[in-house]
Design a protein around this ligand. Sequence first.
Ligand SMILES: [Fe+2]
Ligand SMILES: [Fe+2]
Length: 142
Amino acid sequence: MGKAELIGMLNKALEFEHAARVQYLSHAKIAAGRDSEPIVKRLEEIAGDEEKHEGLFRDCLEILDATPSMGIEKVYSANGTDEILKVNLKGEKEAVDFYRKIVEELKKSRDELPYEYEFIEHKVRHVIMDEEEHILEIKNIL
Ligand SMILES: [Fe+2]
Ligand SMILES: [Fe+2]
């Protein structure tokens, strides 16, 4: 446990963000039908946030002298607007659950990271806050 475990988790988080961006952009192209325009716009906006999250996790890996992963987590297809929203709502919740585990892991490494701790904690919490906003936004259109 400790720093190595934390690096592994941050890289998995980065792979989650790669997958989220790709999934939202693809779903934005297949979301069709009456009144789908605001939903498409929202999916594209969220994809933009996921791209920013990739950058935040890469910054965390950089301060730990770790190489950022170029891998991607599993992506899920969906048919129709309702399914798209449900699939992504589930993904957002899983992301929040996992990122909270990163915060817990980070606490265990506090003594090992005297000049990196707040930097990483702030960025991970920022991402969690954004994902909670995504959950709210998706719930509001469902
Ligand atoms: Fe994200
Ligand atoms: Fe998100």
